[in-house]
Design a binder for this molecule. Structure first.
Ligand code: SF4
Ligand code: SF4
Length: 247
């Protein structure tokens, strides 16, 4: 995003709208956008706060355009065709069947409004997880598409300088790796300059018990169960029964 210095009157009305804290008033009493901190979310323009019409969107070329893909809720990720962070998100598991018994799924969400994240930090977390040996979510997650090497979790070199409001890494692994994964996340959290939240996805057993929770709790993590239930608005894409759905 760019502010036309000739039109800006320095009223400051746009400043509080920026979730990345990228707009400030320069000594010359005009607003300026920190090009590195701006995540191209489009909020300042969409909110129509500028009385002068001084804010405008420049053409976003690769790789800068990924800022918009991740940060502007009205933009679509070309890889998944989805808006926002561009993931189908694990909450749809009843329909997609990504995570099965004996497995644990994860969504690691880096950045937040007011904080944001660099793609370098996204890479650090992805590499820490790759070292444990995880299976990335491919189809429904745009971050996986940005990996140049899925074995190491390394991202494409040309996007590492980009900054986004938030990005989600999604993957699954056998439940036996849960401890290693949480340890890896704990270690890498000290090497990055942003925040992340961790969603753990697990399929409830027929007897109502919830696997993986006890292990996470034994490692000192507070688990807040958050069920997502398919109430019949989606047709399952996966046969959970293993016998052609004839049970
Ligand atoms: S596009 Fe978003 S991040 Fe960039 S200056 Fe506007 S509100 Fe801030
Ligand atoms: S709202 Fe418009 S005129 Fe006011 S400081 Fe921001 S860019 Fe300048």
């Amino acid at each position: 995003m760019i502010i036309d210095r000739e039109c800006c009157i320095g009223c400051g009305q746009c400043l509080p709208y920026c979730p990345a804290g990228a707009i400030s008033l320069a000594e010359s009493d005009v607003a300026v956008i920190d090009f590195d901190r701006c995540v191209e979310c489009g909020v300042c323009l969409r909110m129509k706060v500028c009385p002068q019409g001084a804010i405008y969107q420049q053409e976003l070329a690769w790789p800068r355009v990924i800022r918009s893909h991740y940060s502007d809720p009205t933009a679509r990720h070309p890889e998944t065709g989805l808006m926002g962070r561009g993931t189908m998100e694990m909450k749809s598991n009843d329909v997609t069947g990504r995570y099965r018994s004996g497995e644990v799924g994860f969504g690691v969400e880096l950045g937040r409004p007011g904080v944001s994240t660099s793609m370098k930090d996204v890479e650090k977390v992805a590499m820490a997880l790759a070292a444990v040996g995880v299976e990335w979510e491919v189809k429904g997650n745009p971050t996986t598409y940005l990996m140049s090497d899925r074995n190491t979790g390394r991202l494409r070199e040309d996007i590492l300088e980009e900054r986004v409001l938030s990005a989600i890494i999604e993957f699954k692994a056998p439940s036996s790796k849960l401890g290693e994964i949480l340890e890896a996340l704990d270690r890498v959290s000290r090497d990055i300059d942003t925040v992340f939240s961790v969603s753990m996805i697990t399929k409830v057993e027929p007897d109502g018990s919830i696997p993986n929770v006890e292990k996470a709790q034994s490692m000192g993590y507070k688990v807040l169960p958050n069920p997502k239930i398919n109430v019949g608005l989606g047709r399952p894409l996966f046969d959970f029964t293993g016998n052609g759905g004839k049970s």
